[in-house]
Ligand binder design. Structure first.
Ligand code: TRP
Length: 455
């Protein structure tokens, strides 16, 4: 039943290759666009604290589980469960992951499209001399249009499909290795400017000093969903990547490195945005337009800001691209194995279907604004459902699978291939995977949905 053997699957060429590709998947709009505005809306410091807890208690264990499942099964997100547990229903996790991929890409490509528009605006010098109000209304005007946002979204989907068609090795690894460190460097430069603005301390306090009265079941669910979204877990993307990881790569160490890099970039994004924003007397609650308004404002205040703005939005687009390719890869890897069609065909079919759904998300800022469900536009609904429903429950089921179905011996055998894991570390890991992580995710997800009645 194993659809393909290790030899016939693409492999990453080096240990750094897969770390880079998985980190490329993790680091994206989730860190730079979504983290700041969700943190802003959910109370700052207290939210950050919950976020960090979820990365440690759930993010790393689930990431590791996905790698283990994929590398052991040597198959895609859905079939891996069939390979490892034939005759059971656990493959439904994979099915949910494929649906999640559609949901995520549909709205993610909207925002990715915006980043392309902002490259053009940066080149045109379109931010110069504008007040926050003007930048705000520029963003609102652009995003509510019905032509350009759709065009950019489709361009982005084409780029994504193009890279995925080229295949894993050449497609993913090459770009990520150079560009992600560059992005980190640029973010640090922007952070330095942001925190040195007069009045920046207010923003730092907002981000780092927790106000515990802000903790609610709803904000806990948002923190959990954001952690899953940012780390690319809960959907099987990392199961698919896991199947490409060589046996000599240490999975635990890699997971910790990827999660650390991802979390560092998210926190630094907060440091970029909030001090600058609050130094300008603005409210931390800014919605999906937050970085598209606050960052142009910081670039105005930077020597060389014109050039930095261009480079930043280019790198942000690349970061988004290394994420979208990992989402599309889930669907393509599945379709290719399942229907025995070529990578190219699978790519065209899935990218087309996702783009169709995506256009509705994009238009929900303008012409389709009035069409809501549960009080949310199409974009808001997909955004909410992806992180807080699909990925949260996906993470819960994946951790339950690893802890209670895969078997301790299988799990430990897999993580010990390519890396040393001592007995005490293994015991702690097993304890977290069996008890802490499922109880934490279960309590928050079930509590928020069924007690708070969110949906
Ligand atoms: N983690 C990415 C980001 O932060 C988004 C993403 C890419 C993702 N692949 C994923 C989220 C798989 C969940 C599952 O931008």
């Amino acid at each position: 039943m194993a659809s393909s053997s290790f030899e016939t699957r693409d492999g990453f060429s080096s240990k750094f290759g897969v770390i880079a590709a998985a980190a490329g998947s993790a680091v994206g709009l989730g860190n730079i666009w979504r983290f700041p505005y969700i943190t802003g809306e959910n109370g700052g410091g207290a939210f950050l604290l919950m976020y960090l807890f979820f990365v440690l208690a759930i993010g790393i264990p689930v990431m590791l589980s996905e790698f283990v499942i994929g590398r052991r099964a040597q198959s895609n997100a859905l079939n891996s469960f069939r390979v490892l547990s034939p005759g059971s229903s656990w493959w439904l996790i994979g099915l949910m992951g494929i649906i999640a991929a559609f949901v995520i890409l549909s709205f993610y490509s909207t925002v990715a499209g915006w980043t392309l528009e902002y490259i053009v605006q940066a080149v045109k010098g379109g931010f110069a001399g504008k007040s926050i109000e003007q930048l705000n209304s520029d963003f609102a005007l652009f995003s509510s249009g019905s032509i350009m946002p759709v065009v950019w979204q489709l361009v982005f989907m084409l780029l994504t499909a193009g890279v995925v068609m080229a295949g894993i090795q050449k497609g993913i690894e090459k770009y990520t290795k150079i560009l992600m460190p560059l992005l980190l460097l640029l973010i640090i430069v922007i952070c330095v400017r942001s925190v040195s603005l007069p009045g920046a301390d207010k923003g730092l306090r907002f981000l780092f000093v927790p106000d515990f009265s802000k903790i609610t079941l709803q904000s806990m669910l948002m923190a959990l969903g954001q952690a899953a979204f940012s780390l690319s877990i809960g959907m099987g993307a990392l199961i698919t990547y896991g199947s490409y990881i060589r046996k000599n790569t240490p999975l635990l160490g890699s997971s910790i490195q990827i999660a650390s890099a991802d979390t560092l970039i998210a926190v630094l994004s907060g440091v970029m945005v909030f001090p600058a924003l609050m130094a300008m007397g603005e409210n931390p609650v800014g919605g999906p337009g937050l970085v598209f308004v606050s960052l142009p404002k910081i670039f105005q205040a930077m020597p060389g800001g014109y050039v930095f703005a261009i480079i930043f939005f280019i790198l942000l687009s690349v970061a988004a691209l290394t994420s979208t390719i990992s989402v599309l890869e889930v669907v393509v890897a599945y379709m290719k194995d399942r229907f025995k069609i070529s990578r190219i065909k699978a790519c065209i079919l899935s990218a087309t279907a996702i783009s169709l759904l995506g256009v509705f998300c994009t238009l929900s800022f303008g012409p389709l604004k009035e069409y809501t469900l549960f009080g949310m536009t199409m974009f808001d609904l997909m955004n909410y459902l992806s992180a807080n429903v699909f990925l949260t429950f996906g993470a819960l089921f994946i951790i339950l699978y690893t802890g209670w179905k895969l078997g301790k011996a299988n799990f430990l055998d897999e993580i010990r291939q390519g890396g040393k894991v001592s007995a005490p570390v293994a015991a702690v890991l097993i304890f977290i995977i069996r008890y802490i992580a499922p109880v934490a995710v279960g309590a928050v997800a079930i509590g928020a949905f069924f007690i708070d009645g969110l949906i």
